[in-house]
Ligand binder design. Structure first.
Ligand SMILES: [Zn+2]
Length: 358
């Protein structure tokens, strides 16, 4: 699922293409893509407005429209955004099309249909995005942006010390910090040499500082590299390259780049978690509790429980770790080939549209 760097890349790619364009119409083929309105109300709410800015907050693209309203686009698992000329080939996975006045359209393609598009008003006083005046802002409970200059080590420490719970679930919690997901949580914890199940409040000041620094460093590098093109993510201008720089994420069984021992995978809160049990050790006092959590879940009595320890290889039954890793690599390569073909078609179409318009 696209995280901060991927969504930031999408917003940056879209910005020069969309700012200044007027919305001329809307076509939607999957009603539930629209989060706040039915299709008619959504269309009435956006047609005739001009796109004034494209940005990001947490994992959502935010499109500012004239007249004090804004769209939010949550890509979720498989959402992709492309700007193409009217009449460009359209596959059945396009759920929403925003037609622009200049012969192009913004297409929201979403194979799994979890993505959501919302239409909000901007509160003049607070700047919050709301469905109705006086209502709660969409981002009212969203945590701070980790890459903002104003987000200091002091803030991070204060938030960390106010929380119960363990590091991996905490980093994924959008009310704690905005935009961090599974990939960059694993990478930041590995870089900071902190166990994913470490109790947040047990961190020493030096641990807190390393985690703060590494979360920001990993996210910053990923933004520079246009995100990680794993599964379905691609940007309007094509794939990212951060997947080549990941040290532990989806590298179960590979040697840890720091110590050479195999990267381990456990499932925490239903999410795959990759780490090095040598470099990311628990304090002695916490080992028993975590071992009990992991053991309890593997005994089979807690299916659907929160903690499950899995062997290497993604838990693919009947395959050794190596075979499973190969299968997954092949699957990822196939997905990447499909994605690149779609992106090429889209980029080609856009280029020819620009040529035609220019
Ligand atoms: Zn290691």
């Amino acid at each position: 699922m696209p995280e901060l760097p991927e969504v930031e890349t999408v917003a940056r790619d879209l910005r020069p293409r969309l700012v200044g364009a007027e919305i001329a119409g809307v076509r939607s083929s999957w009603a539930r893509t629209l989060r706040t309105h039915d299709a008619d109300a959504f269309t009435a709410g956006v047609v005739g407005r001009t796109i004034e800015a494209v940005g990001r907050r947490a994992k959502l693209v935010v499109v500012e429209l004239s007249g004090g309203v804004a769209l939010t686009i949550h890509l979720k698992m498989t959402g992709q955004l492309f700007v193409v000329p009217v009449g460009a080939p359209e596959d059945p996975y396009v759920r929403l099309v925003i037609e622009l006045g200049d012969g192009r359209e913004l297409r929201f393609r979403d194979i799994r249909k979890f993505g959501k598009v919302g239409l909000y008003e901007r509160e003049p006083l607070t700047g919050d995005l709301v469905v109705e005046r006086g209502g709660d802002g969409v981002f009212a409970s969203t945590g701070p942006e980790p890459l903002d200059d104003e987000f200091t080590l002091r803030d991070f420490r204060r938030r960390l010390r106010a929380r119960r719970g363990r590091l991996k679930p905490l980093l994924l919690d959008q009310t704690f910090l905005a935009g961090v997901g599974n990939i960059y949580a694993d990478e930041a914890l590995w870089a900071a040499r902190l166990h994913p199940l470490r109790v947040a409040r047990s961190l020493k000041p030096g641990d807190e500082k390393r985690l703060y620094t590494e979360v920001r460093r990993v996210l910053g590098e990923a933004v520079e590299r246009r995100g990680s093109s794993i599964d379905d993510y691609t940007g309007p201008d094509g794939d990212g390259s951060m997947q080549e720089r990941l040290q532990v994420y989806q590298r179960t069984g590979h040697p840890c780049p720091r110590c050479g021992r195999p990267v381990r995978r456990i499932v925490v809160g239903g999410r795959s978690t990759h780490f090095c049990s040598w470099c990311q050790r628990l304090p002695a006092a916490d080992r028993k509790a975590v071992a009990a959590i992991l053991r309890g879940a593997t005994r089979g009595g807690r299916r659907g429980g929160r903690w499950v320890d899995l062997p290497p290889g993604d838990g693919v039954v009947g395959l050794t770790g190596d075979q499973a890793a190969r299968t997954r690599t092949e699957r990822t390569q196939r997905a990447a080939a499909t994605r690149r073909a779609a992106a090429r078609a889209s980029v080609g179409a856009t280029t020819s549209a620009v040529a035609r318009l220019g």
